[in-house]
Design a binder for this molecule. Structure first.
Ligand code: XMP
Length: 326
């Protein structure tokens, strides 16, 4: 049985010195655990898996095999950033899998939210498994498990688990972050030299933009979600709201309304903006976004995102609205 209780005397990692000590300790532990063997990691580019990757790269270099599956539901620039940071800057052994068509073909015509989640989760496991089998003889699997996942107090992963990883491959787990809380993971990630926009990023659901492209996903509407999300993030960053608002994103519903562009009637989608604050994601309040900023974002989205003629702001706290729309 693995020990799953954080040692009582473990100091909270709040400073760079404490993070350095943790990193040194974990590097030694990883080396002892895996020796000169290879370790596999599903690297999504989220905070936890990125920090695990950076730590293992320090410990075992190219014996860490990172697999980044692009399922087509990532935010704008994310797969590129994973390649840039891990392959080019950290010289990692990175397998990039372009599975966009596979996922979008499987999801075509599926409108029911939980069914969409199941398809994304199952397909993810299948793709990862295929890659794992190509890497012969790997016995170790690294995972970005953090302490709230173990405590199951985090409703996010426990409630919304998209799948998990292959069980029948019989891996021994390497989980260097399993006693850390999220803020500690960020301090460690920063200390490992990961870019701030990777370490301090807002939570992002496993099914990604798939649950923000309401109903059956189409490629054009998915692009509208991705482009509008990028504009929202850019404008929030410019306004100094990055890192201050807990989660903010856009949703594109699957209906159209009448509008007018360049004096011509058009029938296009609305984009919904959502910006919320919460402690534990069980309840949430709506961020009081300055009206001028909302107007600026509206102007940009309607001018720059094809197929969109309206922008709405979701004023609903949780409850009654959940944070995501499906
Ligand atoms: P809701 O919409 O339930 O969201 O109020 C609460 C938090 O959970 C995230 N979320 C998910 N995370 N897989 C995830 O990993 C999912 O399927 C999923 N659905 C929602 C949501 O972004 C918010 O932070």
């Amino acid at each position: 049985m693995q020990n799953n209780k954080r040692p009582e005397n473990m100091e909270r990692i709040t400073t760079s010195e404490l993070a350095q000590a943790f990193i040194a300790e974990q590097i030694a532990a990883i080396k002892t655990q895996v020796g000169d063997k290879k370790v596999l990691l599903a690297l999504s580019g989220g905070v936890d898996s990125s920090v695990v990757a950076a730590l293992l790269i320090r410990a075992i270099g190219k014996n860490l095999v990172c697999v980044h599956v692009n399922h087509g539901l990532l935010r704008k620039g994310e797969p590129e950033q994973v390649i840039q940071v891990f392959r080019h800057e950290m010289d990692a052994n990175l397998v990039y899998v372009d599975a966009v068509d596979r996922f979008l073909n499987k999801l075509a015509g599926v409108a029911e939210p939980e069914q969409k989640r199941k398809i994304i989760g199952a397909e993810f496991i299948r793709v990862f498994e295929e890659e794992a089998r190509k890497q012969e003889g790997i016995k170790f699997l690294a995972q970005g498990t953090i302490y709230p996942d173990i405590l199951e107090s985090g409703p996010v992963k426990a409630h919304h688990n998209v799948g998990g990883l292959p069980e029948d491959l019989q891996f021994e787990l390497v989980e260097p972050l399993k006693f850390l809380f999220k803020d500690e993971v960020r301090v460690v990630g920063h200390e490992l030299g990961l870019p701030d926009n990777m370490v301090y990023r807002q939570p992002f659901p496993g099914p990604g933009l798939g649950v923000r492209c309401v109903g059956a996903i189409t490629r054009d509407r998915l692009e509208a979600v991705r482009e509008s999300d990028a504009i929202l993030r850019e404008e929030f960053a410019n306004a100094g709201l990055e890192g201050k608002v807990w989660q903010y994103f856009t949703i594109v519903p699957d209906f159209k309304t009448v509008g007018v562009k360049n004096n011509v009637r058009c029938f296009e989608w609305p984009v919904v903006l959502r910006a919320v604050n919460t402690r534990d994601a069980m309840t949430a309040t709506v961020e009081d976004v300055p009206f001028a900023l909302l107007q600026k974002i509206t102007a940009r989205i309607t001018a720059e995102v094809p197929g969109v003629n309206r922008v709405l702001f979701d004023l609903t706290p949780k409850p009654t609205g959940t944070i995501e729309w499906e």
